[in-house]
Design a protein around this ligand. Sequence first.
Ligand SMILES: Cc1cc2nc3c(=O)[nH]c(=O)nc-3n(C[C@H](O)[C@H](O)[C@H](O)COP(=O)(O)OP(=O)(O)OC[C@H]3O[C@@H](n4cnc5c(N)ncnc54)[C@H](O)[C@@H]3O)c2cc1C
Ligand code: FES
Ligand code: FES
Length: 489
Amino acid sequence: MISFILNNEDISTDQPAGETVLDFVRYHKDLKGTKIGCREGDCGACTILVGELMGDKVRYRTMTSCLMPLANAAGKHIVTIEGINPADGSLTPVQQAMVDESSTQCGFCTVGFVMSLTGFCLSERGRPRPQTAKDVLLSGNHPTADKEAAISAIDGNICRCTGYKSIERAACRVSEQLAANGKQFVPEYFAYITERLGDLNDSAPKAETRPVGSVPFVGGGTDVYVQKPEHMAESYATPLLYDEQLRGIRENGEFIEIGASATVTDLLESDVMNAVFPDLYKHLKLVSSTPIRNMATLAGNFVNASPIGDMTVFFLALDAEIELCTSPHVCKGDTRTLALKDFYLGYKQLARSPEEIITKVRFKKPSGDFRFNFEKVCKRTYLDIATVNTAMSASVTTDASGTLALQSVHLAAGGVAPIPLYLKETSAFLRSKEITEETITAANEIMQSEIAPISDVRGTEQYKRLLLRQLFRTHFVELLAAELTEIAE
Ligand SMILES: Cc1cc2nc3c(=O)[nH]c(=O)nc-3n(C[C@H](O)[C@H](O)[C@H](O)COP(=O)(O)OP(=O)(O)OC[C@H]3O[C@@H](n4cnc5c(N)ncnc54)[C@H](O)[C@@H]3O)c2cc1C
Ligand code: FES
Ligand code: FES
């Protein structure tokens, strides 16, 4: 039995834990406002809000219901468009902004956009940021909400009619209203959800699971529900996304330790991660879209073993290690640790038995003048998988004469081999080397001998080699941005 709150209704269902939330709301609850477009997480027509009790607050995140198993709804507040419509038939401020800016034509995508913008209003990013002197100068004495963040919130929604500009104007209007305060974006009953979820989580039975079949575990579902939708609908894969033992991002001695079910959004919102990676938002914005980032776990990315997995390449370049055990519930010291680079044996072949789960990811807390860069080239900038991606970490030393050198270099690349590749030889070559044109040219030659790209729909072998060479050079431009600005000045 799976229990949750759907809009304002308490639900207890014995539908299969693998059924999608999309099918449940449309076919069992007759809530047809949530649309079916691609069923692959791409179009955003099925976007819903998922509220999770976090201490004494409910945190809402948008998710694509077409990829979300009912198991992940257990103990949550699931909100469809019907759950935000005011009872008196009026429009919410988000819906009104869409009308006022003529942001809808055929209307098929509109619900998804409204849910994404409503999610933005309820999120931390939607909170007006503290005023800076510049804000006061530009907009008077009002706190400002970030328009760019409002537009980013709809990066997972596709519209085939409007041309987007009118929708972007609606998003900007919503962010202005947030700044003005006093607007109510969701109905009154939301005020009681914290208490109701508390009662539910104290008493509700957990989703019933029987880990069998070819996919015994599910995280956010954003890979397996695209690859095997029919199989997953009938499966009872053990849900790991909300398993408390697999969550959290913390410093632990000399390591930064991340629960394997941490999502890309969890990383983005983590103070620990932001302290280490000042460009984290710039880098992770290149990964999928807001609702997918809200669901996509690190372990799911690693185990999917795509040669272009963004998070895999990111963590390979940190020389991360993973902790594995046979089940989160029987982990009593029987864990093993493996370097992430040793996890990949061949195309989609892993150094892991089928019943093993990843529990943690950890990397050494950077010391010295640590620098990191991530680059990704796709056929389009956002919401696309990479043709080639690459990341590099290093610490930079400067001697008395101002000569720059690299220490503890780790370089990784995707799309250039059957596996996400840790570039061992190139990384070793670069260590303790002075940063010069000759070093970079020689390192590129080693790198080219380490990779084996193939020609496919995303590009020819030659193109991928050239792309990686250019992205490798870009790492140096980004890593040395401060020094290069100084020289330019
Ligand atoms: C629209 C869209 C856009 C995307 N864009 C990108 C992108 O830009 N970059 C990118 O890298 N990826 C992208 N992806 C792929 C996907 O989102 C990521 O790979 C994601 O990290 C998968 O995580 P998940 O939790 O959803 O995995 P799931 O689908 O839940 O699981 C994937 C696999 O991992 C296994 N698994 C999950 N957790 C564990 C665990 N703890 N231990 C052992 N096995 C486990 C599952 O059994 C399954 O075999 C995209 C997907 C979609 C649908
Ligand atoms: S139906 Fe397209 S994202 Fe779900
Ligand atoms: S209004 Fe038609 S798809 Fe967006």
